[in-house]
Design a protein around this ligand. Structure first.
Ligand code: HEC
Ligand code: HEC
Length: 441
């Protein structure tokens, strides 16, 4: 019998992938999500999970990499899945571990409220040493509001024996990484602090999994090999049907793994937009019915994404300008640097005061507020405050909410954010088309 948890799986078994579950991680599997289905494809074939460092706990808290990078959620984590998990396990699943699965480890862990940022926004606590190692900060940072209690905590806060700043961030996709990484120059994580998959895996084991020592060379190789061959993308839509079909646009894990659509950047614009030709509505066509009208909308959305121009900091850009495969540059698009009155009340708020000699932040000058200083927590540079490395735009319906701080609950919220932020002036039709395009990636 299928339980609520296993409803979306072809192959049977629970959708939630427990650390130590063992068995085989299949060659290809589709998992249900609110907009349809997303698939996971292991290019090199099924992976044995028993004894595999991505799937087995490496530390004391019973978590593995797979705990926060779930196959059903595009190898990330959605708040839908997290809430279900809280209910099913009465908050006892290792994903809710005090260290970073709660707002602060010194809060009462049995209370749902202590895990509100994970349950409401899908955020994991990231504690970063302040000042950063090896960089002299060009600014002072002051805690203005501390709703989680962690930044002023005597044990974990900025004034503790091991001074640190806690920010709260979404797990990023651990898939399609073959197109994300660039050797030792990979700028992984929201702030680009990890140069390579190797360094990332070491730190993930030591922090998220509370491992007592670094993973062995063999374990690191296992993790990296796995990550370089696993692909995730939306494969079906509740209205549009199978979007990954052979005779359609360049969508789905097959095209991704085969290198047909490695990028959604300007370099791919021609190919991707052209591939949507098959879904376009022809002049004179009447109402085509739900499926073909949806497909026509996503096809128009591809043109909005790749060709509709707007101004970003005085230069013309499209969505594709910043979302190409090679774009690993942290950028401030206004998701975390906010006016004090507009700050989210559930997230910490910091005030940054830059040294007079520092190069100012390009948009905000030398005194401003932020809810996550992003790249500046690593470089100590005033100009880097609020700069975030863009995420991949794949399997999006499987892993809401969006942006590093989970501030966009839906894809339509993302589109509305850009429209407002950059004064784009999209029509209602353009907004719907662009949203539908994002749904099928
Ligand atoms: C407790 C949840 C959790 C666990 C366990 C976890 N991660 Fe993550 N992972 C995250 C979060 C949160 C981020 C983003 C952090 C940030 O942006 O600062 C992330 C980011 C990543 C990224 C970066 C992707 C990108 O595009 O920048 C990779 C790769 C990754 N994790 C792999 C792993 C591996 C390998 C393991 C096991 C060794 C692991 N994760 C364990 C939560 C987790
Ligand atoms: C100037 C560069 C830039 C442009 C132009 C841009 N983006 Fe982004 N995008 C980013 C950055 C940086 C982030 C990460 C911000 C964060 O997570 O806080 C991001 C994040 C996103 C996300 C969230 C992904 C996730 O996993 O949470 C989506 C979706 C997205 N962008 C879609 C778009 C669309 C649609 C457009 C066109 C309207 C667009 N972007 C234009 C830089 C850009």
């Amino acid at each position: 019998m299928l339980s609520a948890q296993s409803g979306g799986l072809y192959g049977g078994g629970p959708t939630w992938w427990d650390a130590s579950r063992g068995g085989m991680f299949p060659w290809e599997e589709a998992y249900e999500n609110p907009d349809g289905e997303a698939s996971i494809l292991n290019k090199n074939g099924a992976v044995r999970a028993d004894g595999h460092a991505f799937f087995e706990p490496l530390g004391a808290n019973r978590r593995a990499c797979i705990t926060c990078h779930q196959p059903s959620d595009g190898m990330s984590l959605s708040t839908g899945t997290l809430r279900e998990r809280w209910k099913t396990t009465d908050g006892r699943d290792p994903v809710f571990a005090a260290i970073d699965g709660s707002n602060c480890p010194d809060l009462p862990q049995r209370s749902e409220k202590s895990h509100s940022l994970l349950l409401d926004r899908g955020l994991i606590r990231i504690a970063l040493a302040w000042p950063p190692q090896g960089a002299k900060p060009e600014f002072q940072i002051e805690v203005v509001r501390d709703p989680t209690g962690c930044n002023l905590s005597a044990t974990y806060g900025l004034k503790s024996g091991t001074p640190a700043i806690s920010v709260y961030r979404r797990p990023r996709m651990a898939a399609n990484l073959a197109y994300v990484v660039d050797g030792e120059d990979s700028n992984l994580m929201a702030d680009g602090r990890e140069p390579s998959l190797r360094s990332q895996a070491i730190d993930a084991a030591l922090t998220h999994e509370q491992a007592g020592s670094r993973p062995s060379a063999q374990q690191l190789r296992q993790i990296e090999d796995f990550e370089m061959q696993v692909f995730a993308a939306q494969s079906a839509d509740v209205r549009g049907g199978l979007v990954a079909e052979k005779s359609g646009p360049l969508l789905g894990t097959g095209n991704l793994a085969g290198g047909e659509t490695r990028s959604l950047g300007d370099d791919a614009a021609g190919r991707v937009v052209l591939s949507f030709k098959l879904w376009r509505k022809q002049p004179g066509d009447g109402d085509l019915g739900v499926q073909r009208e949806f497909r026509a909308s996503a096809a128009r959305g591809s043109e909005v994404f790749f060709t509709r121009r707007f101004q970003v900091g005085g230069a013309a850009a499209t969505c594709a300008t910043c979302h190409g495969a090679g774009v690993r540059k942290p950028m401030d698009i206004g998701t975390t640097n906010v006016a004090r009155e507009q700050a989210w009340p559930d997230l910490p708020l910091f005030r940054i005061v830059c040294d007079a000699s520092a190069a100012p932040h390009p948009a905000l000058g030398r005194v401003f507020y932020t809810q996550d200083p992003g790249r500046a927590l690593i470089t100590g540079k005033c100009a880097d405050a609020g700069a975030i490395v863009p995420q991949q735009l794949r399997a999006l319906p499987a892993r809401a909410p969006y942006f590093s701080n989970g501030s966009a609950k839906t894809l339509r919220d993302v589109v509305d954010f850009y429209d407002l932020r950059f004064g784009i002036g999209y029509s209602e039709q353009e907004k719907r088309d662009l949203t539908n395009f994002l749904r099928v990636l």
